[in-house]
Design a protein around this ligand. Structure first.
Ligand SMILES: [Zn+2]
Length: 243
């Protein structure tokens, strides 16, 4: 009974103040495993050639055409899993193992990135919101730690610590808004690949599995950010309680 009394004497914030580090660490480890799984899944389905023989770049072009989107460039980029859509130059960048490869994984990733270009062209709400909060998120991630430290070390400027936690909260909001953007791009990709006969059967299954593995990395990133936010809030509010 001593143990139980000990546990129940702690509140939610106390637990996060003292054990938050472990929660963040566990989420960070899970995040590493999820990232490794993306690479394994991508490599596995990179061995499955697509029957129509369309490459990643050709599939991305078809997804854009099927959605009535024009004026988007498709260009190669170096590295593995570095594929992305850049709204600044309206270009879908596809990596070496995607651009000119006709595999289930390549086509899935290429269609997903084209999905982001379609989101931009159609002014999809969450991607607009995500773009809008990027500058604030960048400032927030740089300033939050120095402000929290200053506020905790110097009690006279304690509100700075709260501002620091609030700024870190912007990173959580960013990760949260990223989820619908990523899930929607994958949904658009799979629907388009399936309805236009670009992929079917096992190939479509492989593309879906690759995209689901990638989506999990965003869920893991949100978990890490949210737990870190709760930990910082617990530390900062704990600092106040002690005074
Ligand atoms: Zn994406």
């Amino acid at each position: 009974m001593v143990g139980e009394t000990y546990i129940y004497s702690y509140g939610f914030w106390d637990i996060f103040q003292y054990f938050g580090y472990f929660f963040v660490l566990i989420a960070a480890l899970a995040s590493l495993i999820v990232s490794a799984n993306v690479k394994l899944t991508f490599r596995k389905w990179s061995k499955y050639p697509t029957r129509p023989g369309l490459t990643g770049a050709e599939s991305a072009r078809l997804v854009l055409q099927a959605n009535g989107v024009s004026g988007v460039r498709i260009a190669p980029c170096s590295g593995e899993l570095t594929d992305h859509f850049d709204p600044r130059d309206n270009t879908v960048y596809l990596s070496e193992t995607v651009f000119d490869k006709a595999t289930a994984a390549a086509v899935g990733v290429a269609a997903h990135e084209a999905g982001h270009a379609v989101q931009h062209a159609q002014a999809y709400g969450p991607i607009k919101l995500r773009q809008a909060i990027i500058p604030a998120t960048n400032i927030g991630s740089r300033l939050s730690t120095p402000l929290i430290i200053a506020g905790l070390v110097f009690p006279a400027v304690y509100p700075l610590a709260l501002i620091g936690v609030f700024l870190f909260g912007l990173c959580v909001v960013f990760q949260l808004v990223t989820l619908p953007v990523e899930f929607n791009a994958s949904r658009r990709a799979v629907q388009c690949l399936s309805s236009n006969g670009i992929l079917a059967g096992d190939e479509l299954k492989g593309a879906k599995k690759t995209l689901t593995a990638a989506a999990l990395t965003y869920v893991a990133a949100l978990s890490v950010a949210l737990l870190q936010f709760l930990r910082l809030l617990a530390i900062v509010s704990g600092g106040r309680r002690r005074r």
